[in-house]
Design a protein around this ligand. Structure first.
Ligand code: C5P
Length: 226
């Protein structure tokens, strides 16, 4: 591990989209590239942390020098996070940057669905996925020291993200405006508002690497000061 203020600390980072199967060859996904989560993992590694990187099928490759756990579905992501956050040694920080699907298909087919020529279309049914961030943030025992969520919003970013922070029970929310005209989702840059207990800090637009570097430095200040 690198020398740095997070040496000896354990960080868990979730990243990327999840894929929720419809049948063996089809799935429901979203446009997350995994860029911000990957940059977060690399930045925490650079400050000396041991990083468990739990990633869905992302476009960008995982960083070197972290423990990579590859998952597909939200359910698998939750299990991987639970396993990484050992009961006797909770993580020092957990960063939930993944764009987890809200729903999975409950009537997914074990074999490839086929058109039968009648014009009949499949009726998918959905069930809610576990909220991984809320589950970890609300742990009464073995909770990571600092729990950070992301909030991709298109309107009223600060108000919605502040409410989300309360609802999920996390310490910080990193909010960003993912309206189509911002080019942020899938893009190289991010413009965030960092929401802590009583403050909303508006950061200027910068690269996702720079956002990650500054967030990691803030994490090191907070975790190091405990
Ligand atoms: O509720 P919403 O999806 O906007 O919340 C986003 C935050 O919650 C992100 O940090 C995301 O990684 C996390 N999340 C999660 N599990 C879910 C849904 C969201 O960990 N099922």
């Amino acid at each position: 591990f690198a020398e740095g203020p997070l040496k000896g600390r354990h960080a868990i980072v979730t990243s990327g989209p999840t894929h929720e199967p419809i049948d063996p060859v089809r799935y429901i996904a979203n446009r997350s590239s995994g860029a911000q989560g990957t940059a977060m993992a690399a930045a925490l590694r650079d400050l000396g942390a041991r990083v468990t990187f739990v990633t869905g099928p992302a476009e960008v490759p995982p960083p070197a020098g972290v423990d990579v756990v590859r998952v597909k579905t939200a359910q698998e992501m939750r299990e991987a996070v639970e396993k990484a956050n050992a009961a006797d040694a909770p993580a020092d920080v957990a960063v939930f940057a993944a764009a987890v699907a809200d729903w999975h298909v409950t009537n997914a087919s074990g074999s490839k669905m086929k058109k039968d020529g009648s014009g009949k279309v499949p009726a998918l049914e959905f069930g809610e996925n576990p909220d991984i961030l809320a589950g970890v943030a609300q742990m009464t025992e073995g909770r990571p020291g600092l729990v950070i969520g992301f909030a991709a919003e298109t309107d009223d970013v600060v108000a919605n993200a502040t409410a989300k922070r309360e609802r999920k029970g996390c310490d910080w929310i990193v909010a960003n405006d993912v309206s189509a005209d911002t080019g942020i989702m899938g893009g190289a840059e991010n413009a965030i508002v960092l929401i802590e207990e009583n403050v909303a800090e508006v950061w200027p637009r910068m690269s996702k690497q720079e956002v990650a570097r500054l967030l990691a430095a803030r994490i090191a200040e907070t975790v190091g000061a405990r």
